[in-house]
Design a protein around this ligand. Sequence first.
Ligand SMILES: *[C@@H]1O[C@H](CO)[C@@H](O)[C@H](O)[C@H]1NC(C)=O
Ligand SMILES: *[C@@H]1O[C@H](CO)[C@@H](O)[C@H](O)[C@H]1NC(C)=O
Ligand SMILES: *[C@@H]1O[C@H](CO)[C@@H](O)[C@H](O)[C@H]1NC(C)=O
Ligand SMILES: [Ca+2]
Ligand SMILES: [Ca+2]
Ligand SMILES: [Ca+2]
Length: 317
Amino acid sequence: MITHNRLFVIFILQYFAQLTYSQPSLKFFRKDYVYLEEPKAFYKIHTLHKSWNDAKEKCDMEGAQLFYPDDDDEAIAVIAHWNSTQPFSWIFIGVSTPNVKEVFETVDGFPVAEVYDRWGPGEPNDAGGIEGCVVMRRDGTLNDDNCAKKFPFICKKTLESLEWNNYCNIPDMAYEFNEKLGKCYKFHLNPMNWTDAYKVCDSEQSYLAIINDDKEAEYMTNLTSRAPKDKLEGNYLRGAVHLGFKNNKGWKTIKGMTLRDSGYSKWGGGQPDGGDKELCGSMFYNGHLNDISCGQNMFFICEHEIDILSTDYALRK
Ligand SMILES: *[C@@H]1O[C@H](CO)[C@@H](O)[C@H](O)[C@H]1NC(C)=O
Ligand SMILES: *[C@@H]1O[C@H](CO)[C@@H](O)[C@H](O)[C@H]1NC(C)=O
Ligand SMILES: *[C@@H]1O[C@H](CO)[C@@H](O)[C@H](O)[C@H]1NC(C)=O
Ligand SMILES: [Ca+2]
Ligand SMILES: [Ca+2]
Ligand SMILES: [Ca+2]
């Protein structure tokens, strides 16, 4: 009897866990990640070389984790993918010595001996006393190396850790569903330039937001005023957010329509005022439009259309 009850409770818990957080049947995390069936996880190979800390931060920002192999099988699957797509021979992995010299831990705090312990011959050797981060070779062996050196790296997201946002049908809980507009929106708190913001929205199955009417402008103004942005330090422009329009022989949205045809063209006082120096589109915090330099780092808003899993709007130049 007890066994039955317990099974029933487990069943209920699993049922709700699936209902609220995950959609294992839909194996999608982000467009720029590849799903590998055997380790049941998503991976992205970053070819731009970075220091170990920058690599870790990049993966965190993508909602993932700096990859390290959990076991031999995962190492083989990931290296096979790496071998078939990229030529480089080393990557940083998510193992370092954050606390004690020569005591290697994974980014989520496990001793390396508990996960994957295949050191190359004579390693780890802490050469020169400055080797606190770990790289993996294509043959699967590890070496401790200098954390400040720059290597390619891989980010990983397990299928199990995916949280499914059921309102927006997207694996990102930071998207907010607006019932009246029937769309989802995410206010991004990492300031970026317009070009990078465009790419980030795209990789999240969304697009840099386009205002189509006064109601949507009001909502985006509200979303902006609610975002916990005011204490964020750093080198970025306050007062406006990037949106999905730019000057391409006239101001057009990233879907190629004029602002007027798209339904909203309320410029701020005196705007657009930048001429050739401000060819990208933004919104002042009060909802009025502004032209801005495409290289200016600012917050931005992504818009997601529910049930459309592919939004390949060509970036028209
Ligand atoms: C990947 O390539 C390396 C070097 O060419 C080779 O030693 C290794 O066996 C390959 N691994 C897999 C899993 O394909
Ligand atoms: C914006 O916020 C105001 C004040 O909180 C609220 O009355 C209004 O309904 C909101 N508008 C939209 C479109 O969310
Ligand atoms: C945007 O920033 C990236 C670096 O994150 C840089 O490579 C790119 O050139 C910048 N684009 C513009 C238009 O400034
Ligand atoms: Ca070494
Ligand atoms: Ca819109
Ligand atoms: Ca301007």
